[in-house]
Design a protein around this ligand. Structure first.
Ligand SMILES: Nc1ncnc2c1ncn2[C@@H]1O[C@H](COP(=O)(O)OP(=O)(O)OP(=O)(O)O)[C@@H](O)[C@H]1O
Length: 231
């Protein structure tokens, strides 16, 4: 097992998370007094629909800002960074996997895996192409050049997983990654997600209702009545 990158250690203090609200201006979804995760750990987050799982993951990924409090990954105080600096941090440190894959139809699997390189306004080099092809082969995705629209849902999620892992990020965040898959595909994607996070030393955060996937994670918390409680 590789040593986990210290950039993947999470520390939250007095964090308050919510969403804009038309009537009151702001609706708090979740308050976290303290949460620490060592680099390389895995955490599952449960909670009823609308509890705030996605909002929490977005804050932890730096997509959205907390209302107040401290959020640090390693030595980076993410909660103090302006949006552009948060985006730059996220591109270098976080791999994201979503329930609905976020693939670009019309492109092949390899091209989809290489999309983060294009987001940096760069052309993928030979090493990156080889890394993408190797990941897809490792994940058992057939026909890397063919249109991803022709792939099964489980195969599409494996392409999304390869894309999240391309830069071997210290943090892997997955939002209901198995929810739209049949049981066999969900089990395979769950195994790969947990296995590859462990193999690369990444800290893994997963919001999910999938009991099988939750059972493979080291720690489980539940959003209940605006707090994070042991699940
Ligand atoms: N940008 C936004 N503006 C206003 N309200 C929002 C915004 N994003 C989410 N919400 C609301 O915040 C609440 C929490 O949403 P969130 O998507 O985080 O929940 P969730 O636990 O992930 O739910 P699900 O399991 O259904 O995906 C919901 O009531 C949602 O409608």
């Amino acid at each position: 097992m590789p040593e986990a990158d210290p950039a993947g250690a999470l520390a939250l203090r007095d964090l308050s998370i919510g969403v804009p609200d038309r009537a009151s201006g702001w609706r708090t979804l979740l308050d976290v007094a303290a949460l620490d995760l060592p680099a390389g750990a895995s955490l599952g987050i449960e909670g009823a629909s609308g509890a705030g799982k996605t909002t929490l993951l977005h804050v932890l990924a730096g997509i959205a800002a907390p209302r107040s409090g401290r959020l640090a990954w390693g030595t980076v105080e993410l909660s103090t960074l302006p949006p552009r600096a948060r985006d730059a941090w996220r591109r270098r440190h976080v791999g994201m996997v979503f329930q609905d894959f976020h693939l670009v139809d019309g492109l092949g699997a390899t091209a989809n895996v290489l999309l983060p390189v294009s987001f940096e306004h760069l052309r993928p080099d030979a090493t990156q192409r080889e890394a993408a092809a190797a990941l897809l082969a490792r994940l058992g995705v057939p026909g890397a050049a063919g249109d991803v629209a022709a792939l099964s849902r489980g195969e599409r999620q494996r392409v999304a997983l390869a894309r999240a892992l391309l830069f071997r990020p210290p943090v892997l965040i997955a939002d209901e990654p198995t929810a739209s898959l049949d049981p066999a595909a969900a089990a395979l994607v769950g195994d790969l997600l947990v296995g590859l996070a462990a193999e690369t030393g990444a800290t893994l955060l997963v919001a999910t209702h999938d009991r099988g996937l939750l059972g493979r994670l080291q720690r489980r918390l539940r959003i209940e009545d605006g707090s994070l409680v042991p699940a």
